[in-house]
Design a protein around this ligand. Sequence first.
Ligand code: XIL
Length: 374
Amino acid sequence: MAPSDRREFLQGLVGAALLGTGCGKALQASTRSSASLAEDGLRRHAEARGLFYGAATGNRRLKEDKAFADTFVRECGLLVPESELKWQVLRPAADRFDFANSDWMVDFATQHGLLVRGHTLVWSQRLPAWLTENAGTANPEQGLINHIQTVMRRYAGKMHSWDVVNEALEPTDHLPNSLRKSLWLDKVGPDYIDLAFRTAAQADPKALLVYNENHLDYDVRPDEVKRQATLELLSRLRTAGSPVQALGIQAHLRSDENRFDPKKLRDFLAQVAKLGLKIIISELDVADASLPADITTRDQAVAAQYSAYLAAALDEPAVTGVITWGLSDRYTWLSEYRPRPDKLPVRPLPLDADLKHKPAWDAVAKAFDAAPKR
Ligand code: XIL
């Protein structure tokens, strides 16, 4: 489609979506035309419904790729440093913190009016060798507390939210309460999750404290078991008075996965909400590794997953925002982690590698436009 046709097509889509959600009158009455909305980034579509939209990325891409940085600021209302706040980057040695890259990201976000989400304080992966190889610290519990306090206090008041604990569950590890095998479980014991949330609440009382988890999305047995284990963990934490405030649902989707059941997802979200928790769709993308090579077919299948998933998720009022794990196919972890067997570049995100809108972008914008207002 030529750019001008494409623009008209988009305007039509956005206009139709707004009319379909009862915003038609407001749209006609306002001086703001559907054309300007189509030109706006996804953040505006989200914010119009009281939601937020953001993406994860790395500091080098923002520093070295001006076109990407400009697009990022136009599209996103929130930034997640993709690796800069992980132990492996922050902790070159047991007695040292290196905040150079994370400071740069927080400054970039502040300068451009973006919220920042911290990812992540406690995770079994991306740990430095000094920690994994010789347990690094004589007192791992104190080491964990010290890490959370030092990092959170540095950015206190500046963070929208923190993934305090990431991926603590793995039912196939067959441990009590479906806890995942990890250094933290091993060295601190099963209460490390509660300890992390209590420490976090004191270190930065303003940030929303999130438990972030993967594989919660499909109507398949492993995801069903993971959903149950997650509800049980959150419920135990709430009963114990642990200050967890939200669930982050990673939502790394697969476009070949046709066992998505919107009702199963909605029921799960409603149960999380009933525990008094907010919900963030925290790492959304759609892997296209097993789709045919044809770009139109692929892009439509990826967009269809975005549409179906977000229609179900945004229906739940406790869902406050959506974050994609990357913004443009130019930079995505899936190039490395879920490459295509035919070696063609992967296309999992809202913008293509030239920073142009794809059907996935239209799908996300329309899902926001159709979402009940918060
Ligand atoms: C990934 C990053 O995108 C990669 O660049 C990095 O090398 C490995 O981690 N779930 C998470 C994220 O919580 O931290 C992961 O990010 C993707 C899966």
